[in-house]
Design a protein around this ligand. Structure first.
Ligand SMILES: [Zn+2]
Length: 477
């Protein structure tokens, strides 16, 4: 069996991965708060952990892996959107408007992540379906002295958990110095965080032993992972921005409420995403959602989900990833070339061992892509690319030529189109040799209009597909 190695944030080392139960390998990923469209940075963990999910399924068998990713559907931003709609005259109660907003956002999220080729997790729990489990967990924490109720709130007593900060490698006092902690009169210690808070009239709330209220964000993941994966499970993932305080708080809550378990044994964190070398932000004008990128925005053409995915996977998940238009262009060219090669091919039963080995080595996706470049057999290429969620039959429409003429040269497949282009490139080379530069330029311009990029070097001309290809423009050349 392939030995997977993963960088564990808890130990800060790359370790051999040993699941608690190889018949039920369990992974939890913190999912989105469903108040708006996912931005490009939100998609990175989805793609990273999708590759890990595919690898786990490959090694342990698809039926032996459980992947849980939650939806946070109780949040002040969701409430604010619903309230604004109500004030603007929308029909229905606030609860109904909140439900409508979260349903709408979950629909968008699924459509966007499907477009990136991410498999749906086995379970996608919604926080609002687990309020009872959260209340039960909070009651246990109070009974055992790890939490206290005050003024309608319940707070976790951070100093009651001696390992608090172990994941980030910092002490409570260090963290306090660097964090934006909310000082409130009802807190015993500024670091204590909210498990439950009161809801006034106009806000969603649930009855609890501490009055009508709603849960804090951190307790959601602890309750849902316990209900679906148990007190001990294998992998917990998320963006590095969640490590503190969210993941520290999850660990503290879960380990104190369920001391019989270890919570998550391996913690994996992906680094953040930048755009053209800069942090993505609304003020810099480089902030966009996954949907903006897929459909096109601000005069830019849309980029296929498979191309976005490929660009993501070229950078190791523990490194900051820089999104650039140039990377997208190059990725599209590579994928078109591969799609031409695998068109109509049945994948081989086994992926290339080099690709599996690269992925098993702490998800070395860049190494796996390098290995794909070395594969000559299209059947093996197709099977191996599937490990990365690439060259899937359902995702290739973008790479199909827009126009296919049914004569002997075009006849419908990418391979035939490629032959036609090869032929034109040769005709151009011949025209140049004949010093017929008018004809040579005519062919070059025609290819360029059709979206074919020529690369001249000293002794040969190579070509690749650009992002937009329209082979009808080759007609008459
Ligand atoms: Zn979480």
């Amino acid at each position: 069996m392939t030995q997977i190695r993963l960088r564990n944030s808890l130990t800060r080392k790359v370790e051999d991965f040993h699941p608690i139960d190889a018949k039920n390998v369990r992974m939890y990923l913190c999912g989105p708060t469903v108040y708006d469209r996912a931005h490009l940075g939100n998609a990175r963990p989805v793609v990273v952990f999708d590759v890990l999910y595919r690898l786990l399924r490959h090694v342990y068998g698809p039926e032996h892996v459980t992947y849980v990713r939650n939806f946070t559907d109780v949040d002040d931003k969701i409430n604010a959107t619903a309230l604004a709609r109500k004030e603007a005259g929308a029909e229905g109660s606030l609860e109904e408007l909140i439900r409508a907003r979260t349903e709408e956002t979950i629909g968008w999220y699924h459509a966007d992540m499907d477009a990136l080729g991410a498999l749906r997790p086995d379970r996608e729990p919604r926080a609002t379906d687990y309020i009872g489990a959260m209340i039960a967990m909070i009651e246990t924490l109070i009974e055992d002295g790890h939490a206290y109720a005050a003024e309608g709130h319940v707070l976790f007593r951070v100093r009651s958990y001696k390992d608090y900060g172990a994941l980030s490698g910092r002490t409570v006092d260090d963290m306090m110095a660097g964090a934006r902690v909310e000082v409130a009169p009802f807190k015993e210690d500024p670091m204590d965080f909210v498990l439950w808070k009161p809801s006034d009239e106009g806000l969603p709330g649930w009855d609890s032993p501490w009055g009508r209220g709603r849960p804090g964000w951190h307790i959601e993941c602890s309750a849902m992972s316990y209900e679906l994966l148990g007190a001990s499970f294998d992998i917990h993932g998320g963006g590095i921005d969640l490590q503190f305080p969210h993941h520290e708080n999850e660990i503290a809550q879960s380990c104190c409420a369920h001391p019989e378990g270890s919570f998550a044994n391996y913690w994996l964190h992906n680094e953040m995403l930048q755009v053209e070398g800069k942090k993505m932000s609304k003020s810099l004008g480089n902030f966009f959602t996954v949907r903006d990128l897929l459909d096109g925005h601000d005069g830019e053409k849309g980029i296929p989900g498979e191309v976005i995915r490929f660009v993501f996977l070229q950078t190791h998940y523990t490194k900051p990833m820089d999104w650039t238009a140039e990377k997208a262009r190059a990725a599209a060219a590579t994928l078109r070339k591969w799609r031409t090669a695998v068109d109509g091919v049945t994948p081989s039963p086994e992926a290339a061992p080099e690709v599996i080995a690269a992925l098993a080595d702490d998800l070395n996706t860049a190494g796996a892509i390098a290995a794909l470049h070395q594969i000559d057999d299209p059947a093996v290429l197709k099977a191996s690319a599937a490990m990365l969620g690439l060259l899937d039959d359902g995702m290739g429409d973008w790479a199909k030529p827009r126009y296919v003429k049914s004569d002997e040269l075009y006849v419908g497949t990418n391979e035939m189109s490629a032959r036609r282009i090869d032929e034109l490139v040769l005709l151009r080379t011949q025209a140049k040799a004949d010093r017929d530069f008018k004809r040579a330029d005519e062919i070059r311009d025609g290819l360029s209009r059709a979206g074919i990029i020529l690369k001249d070097s000293k002794d040969k001309t190579e070509w690749e597909f650009g992002l937009e290809v329209d082979l009808s423009k080759l007609e008459g050349l």
